[in-house]
Every structure is written in C-alpha cells, then in structure tokens.
Design a binder for this molecule. Structure first.
Ligand code: MG
Length: 268
C-alpha cells in the first residue's frame, strides 16, 4: 500500500495511491493499524493535486556511515554501533519542492540518497525482533548536506539542518522488504549512486531498535538509514532524483538562496 499526503485548492489530506489514482482516506495513517478499515472518501488523479511530504515528523534521526562501500569510499572503519545525528523537522520538503542552496554560508552542498523508515506506532526500548510492528513503511529521502560545514563544525547540526535539507517522498510504501531493495540517485539524469540496502552495516530493524533504546520514537518520526557510496555535490539549477525499488522517485530541484541583506554577522 502506498500512502501519500496531498493538497488541493481547499485542503490537505492523506490518501492511498492505486494505479495512478489517489483515493483520499478519512483518517491519517498513523492512528492504529491503517491497513485495516480504511474508508476511501474521494478520488483524485495525480495531476489534480500537489503531492506533499507524506509525513510530518516530530523528529528525523539520521544514521552516518551505514553502507560498507560508503565507509570504504571515505576510508573509514566500519562502525561498531550506529552513529546518530538529527535533522530538524523544519528541514522537510516534499516531492518537486526546491532545495535552497545556502550560498551565504556554504559552497559545497551534497545529495545523499537514502531509504527512510517511517514509524507507525510509538517505539521505546524495542527488541530487534519486534521492530517491524512499529514501522508504518518506507520512503525515499535526500539527506542534503553542506559538506564544507560538516568538516568545519564538530556537530552536524548546521551542515544537515538548513531549511529544505530533508527531502521526503513521494509516498510511504508499506509492503517492501527493506533489507534488499535497489537504491539509486540521479543528478540531472546521470546516475551517481546505485546500491542495495543489502549493503547496509545495520539493517533497518536493528536501527529502529537501537534508536528506540536512546529516545522514544513517535508515530510519523523518520529514521534516515544512511547513504551508499557515490555522494557528490549539487549546484543551483540541478535536478536530483532518489529512486528506490518498490517505492518510486523523489525529485527535487536546487535553487540559490535569495538572502540579499540577510547575511549573518556577529553583532549585526
Ligand atoms: Mg546521510
């Protein structure tokens, strides 16, 4: 089942995508078991609506260095436990939205195509074997990163936290095996990343369990599960696509920040 969130002229709703048609549903997918007893309230074509990020998370927990080939690319040893950082909910954008390149602070902004886990029910201290019960589904994610600031700052907060640096969508797929799907990233139609989630160091169930032993995961929260090898820079005007087998394609464009006099200075 593919859940989406969309807006029309007068409102925002959740829906289920079937055969290119959106069936509006009368409750959100994060209340109990959404695959049972869903009432289909109305029908829309994809052309009639604007697809939004399929979820509004309270937090985004992201994983650094979770693909073996990506660790080798950066000449890093495989981590013994997942490395966590967070991205603010205010960074979220949806399909076809613009990534704002913060030229007032960064001159190196990268794409990172990732599989994102969307939490369905509250998870706290969950054993790995029970992790699937707390997952609603999976979506595509672009962990946009100001690479120069990631190197400069000790914390990742600034490098990962700019507005528009968390691209999510186009839908939440409930029925894939997240341990073995193909994940690709294209920049201006040129393939830059091509891997399988089978190359992950910690699989999604281990990650949900691990994170839940640190902080309570709430319905709608996102875990971005790390990026494969092949990360690289983007420029204003670029089009970036994260494509995951069984989910679909998340496409965004990059545009330059219009900051003018808003450049930050100490005491300014
Ligand atoms: Mg990442």
């Amino acid at each position: 089942m593919k859940f989406c969130r969309f807006s029309t002229d007068d409102r925002t709703s959740y829906g289920v995508i079937e055969g290119g048609v959106i069936h509006e549903i009368d409750k959100n997918p994060f209340c109990g078991n959404p695959t049972d007893d869903i009432k289909k309230a109305g029908k829309w074509t994809l052309e009639d609506v604007r697809l939004l990020a399929p979820v509004v998370p309270s937090k985004i927990v992201a994983i650094g260095l979770n693909y073996k080939a990506h660790a080798a690319e950066f000449k890093k040893a495989l981590p013994e436990e997942p490395m966590l950082f967070m991205k603010p909910s205010t960074a979220v954008i949806g399909p076809n939205d613009e990534i704002i390149y913060p030229t007032h602070m960064s001159h190196r902004v990268d794409y990172e195509g990732e599989l994102a886990v969307v939490i369905g029910t509250t998870a706290k201290d969950v054993p790995v074997i029970n992790a699937p019960e707390h997952i609603l589904g999976y979506t595509c994610f672009n962990d946009v990163t100001a690479r120069d600031l990631q190197g400069k700052d000790i914390q990742y907060t600034r490098a990962k936290g700019f507005d528009t640096f968390a691209c999510v969508g186009p839908c939440i797929e409930t029925d894939i095996d997240p341990r073995n799907v193909r994940i690709e990233t294209f920049l201006n139609s040129e393939k830059k990343q091509d891997s399988s989630t089978a190359d992950m160091i910690f699989d999604v169930f281990e990650l949900v369990s691990f994170v839940s032993h640190v902080m309570t995961l709430l319905p709608g929260d996102i875990i971005a599960t790390g990026t494969p090898s092949g990360v690289g820079k983007m420029r204003p005007g670029d089009r970036v696509e994260v494509r995951i087998e069984g989910i679909g394609s998340l496409v965004n464009t990059v545009t330059e920040a219009k900051v003018f006099k808003k450049i930050w200075t100490k005491g300014g």
